[in-house]
Design a protein around this ligand. Sequence first.
Ligand SMILES: NC(=O)c1ccc[n+]([C@@H]2O[C@H](COP(=O)([O-])OP(=O)(O)OC[C@H]3O[C@@H](n4cnc5c(N)ncnc54)[C@H](OP(=O)(O)O)[C@@H]3O)[C@@H](O)[C@H]2O)c1
Length: 332
Amino acid sequence: MASTTLTLPLPFAQRHHRVSQRQVFFFTKFRNRVSTSSSASKRSCSLKRAYARARNALNEQVVEAQSSDSRKDTQRNPSSSKLVLVVGGSGGVGQLVVASLLQRNVKSRLILRDPEKATELFGEQDKEKLQVFKGDTRKQEDMDPSIFEGVTHVICCTGTTAFPSRRWDDDNTPERVDWVGVKNLVSALPSSVKRVVLVSSIGVTKINELPWSIMNLFGVLKYKKMGEDFLRSSGLPFTIIRAGRLTDGPYTSYDLNTLIKATAGQRRAVLVGQGDKLVGEASRIVVAEACVQALDLEVTENQVYEVNSVEGEGPGNEAEKWQELFKAAHSR
Ligand SMILES: NC(=O)c1ccc[n+]([C@@H]2O[C@H](COP(=O)([O-])OP(=O)(O)OC[C@H]3O[C@@H](n4cnc5c(N)ncnc54)[C@H](OP(=O)(O)O)[C@@H]3O)[C@@H](O)[C@H]2O)c1
């Protein structure tokens, strides 16, 4: 366990102030667990040392990455004129999207069923930088035009579970979220919006094939495809990101297991395809970055991509590398 922690790569999430604080929180929990499970004191000591070394490495990396990212972002966004509406910003991918926009100094607006979650997740933010509206995408009446005033770009990463769970309470089912919710949102968007990025799923065109037919037992893939199709025929400039099975995060369960899952491994390289051919996993970190990159890359306009994470070095947040990845997918 110690060696896994020591070989931590710097995840995208740690480059964001809020998330990096949480990573430190994970580490604090880890340290506490280590110190309380002291039946084998020798092991505990070596774990404590591992913790200390990992924490120091993490802190150094966070400081270094934050300052170099900030420099790049200031160059890239001297005064960003974008106002990005994020729908589903309290979810696994959504949190990373919002953190990334905040860190890049891009103004964001959130639609949340519970607006208080914004403060819990992102802390107190300047209203100029982050605005929060209460809304449930299933309710057409919640999609008030005032929410969309001034919005230039949209990232929608709403979702619910594929199989019945507590998250279906109050009829928050795939049909209502992935179909009705997406339809309500897209219908309410002004035609001036420059890009709508929708997070969907691999397998949406293969619902009669295994294993997708099982995944689709309660219709999640069917309804996601219906949401996609509605966006595609809306006339709004769109990019659809079909994610593989999501890994990494969500960063809302603070336990050791989550820490390990969120930071171990080297699957930071990105496979981008087209045509619903990829079968695999996608890190939420990578999916969030793909969404943010797609906002500005002309090459991604009106395109549908599938995204997987594989072992290797990733593109990080370099626009040129993402552009190459997206472009290469067109010619395969
Ligand atoms: N899990 C996978 O393996 C997998 C694979 C491929 C694609 N995907 C898709 O990838 C996307 C991101 O997944 P994730 O796991 O990161 O998401 P998640 O953690 O499940 O978050 C879902 C988000 O949608 C919001 N939401 C749900 N119902 C809503 C409603 N009626 N109105 C407004 N907001 C609503 C949630 O808000 P609350 O905080 O209010 O609940 C939350 O912010 C989803 O579309 C998911 O279906 C997932």
